[in-house]
Design a protein around this ligand. Structure first.
Ligand code: F6P
Length: 342
């Protein structure tokens, strides 16, 4: 069998571990692997590379980013290229395609699958928002990076009697904020799923200070939203992919707290640091398990599915389940963290 793979959407630690896992598993079964460059764009433009089970591939396990490159392609351009994609796959003699990506990529993969292409999807994203799977790889690394940053901010905040706002990634869901905030002992966590009242946040900080503490750490997901009418926001703008443009929520909150409390406030945006660098052991293992299982699904002809982690086991789930909606933080999980706010 000849398998093709590609990485699409925002990169994340663990992508190379998947590529390595696919190449090595395929080789073990006498199959070969081709990698398309820069996501769907490379598939459309037929930019491909043969991937060999060699020393280079063996060593990419620890490496961040993706050796194939990645990118985003507008869904209209992607869909308009269906015949070209089919021709390119036929020309390369491809029997199966394994796209590795987040919700947007998996929607594209489902569409190819619905149009007769043999596809098995592998979910990735630091946001951990793909539905139907307990974790996506990249998330654990992002949480580790953010937790380390929060640990560091504690010591400087405490030395200067400051409130530190830490803005982490997560435009639609607050998984990184929730986990890093809990692990880092944040005194408040704001996530997109639970609109916040800035006065309530200040109340918690005030109470903390009345009890003798002089500093505080507030973790904010970039997509956190204030309750209507509480903080003035700019008109919503979307980019070419229909993503809402983020509004520097951390900095806005810092300004509001400074207005309301007699305390020095600073804001830090962790940004793409959360997506770069070497994957944690957890992400390497999860990425490898997804790779082995996706490749084996191709080899037995089980197409139109996505790999997923469920209660510790890897299962194959339907595209419909994976892309139906985003996996949000459930209220009960937020409430657990909330018990320790202030
Ligand atoms: O979806 C992953 C993600 O890292 C989000 O957390 C973040 O909002 C977005 O990608 C950033 O995208 P870009 O790399 O295009 O700035």
């Amino acid at each position: 069998m000849r398998i093709a793979t590609l990485t699409s959407g925002g990169d994340c630690p663990g992508l190379n571990a998947v590529i390595r896992g696919i190449v090595r598993t395929a080789a073990d079964h006498g199959s070969t692997v081709v990698g398309f460059e820069d996501g769907w764009q490379g598939l459309l433009e037929d930019r491909r590379r043969q991937l060999y089970d060699d020393a280079f591939i063996d060593r990419i396990l620890r490496r961040g980013g993706t050796i194939l490159g990645t990118g985003r392609l507008h869904p209209d351009k992607f869909k308009a290229g269906l015949e070209q994609i089919k021709a390119n796959l036929a020309d390369a003699g491809i029997d199966a395609l394994i796209p590795i990506g987040g919700e947007g990529t998996l929607k594209g993969a489902k569409w190819l699958s619905d149009n007769g292409i043999p596809v098995v999807g592998v979910p990735k994203t630091i946001d951990n928002d793909v539905n139907g799977t307990d974790y996506t790889f990249g998330f654990d690394t992002a949480v580790a990076v953010a937790t380390d940053a929060i640990d560091r901010l504690h010591t400087t905040a405490e030395s200067h009697d400051r409130v530190m706002i830490v803005e982490v990634m997560g435009r639609h869901v607050g998984w990184i904020a929730l986990h890093a905030g809990m692990a880092g002992g944040a005194h408040h966590i704001l996530i997109p799923e639970v609109p916040f009242d800035i006065e309530e946040v200040c109340k918690k900080m005030r109470r903390r200070m009345q009890l003798g503490e002089k500093y505080g750490i507030i973790v904010v997901a970039e997509g956190a939203v204030p309750k209507p009418g509480t903080i003035e926001m700019d008109a919503e703008e979307v980019d070419q992919f229909g993503h809402i443009k983020m509004q520097n929520m951390g900095a806005r909150i810092a300004k509001e707290i400074e207005k309301r409390l007699d305390v020095d406030v600073r804001s830090t945006v962790l940004g793409h640091i959360q997506r770069g660098g070497t994957p944690t052991a957890f992400d390497r293992v999860l990425a490898t398990r997804y790779a082995v299982n996706a490749t084996k699904a191709c080899l037995r002809g089980e197409f139109g599915k996505v790999t997923a982690l469920r209660s510790g086991h890897i299962e194959m789930i339907s595209f419909d389940e994976a892309v139906g909606h985003l996996k949000e933080v459930p209220m009960r999980r937020y409430q657990t963290a909330q018990a320790l706010f202030g």
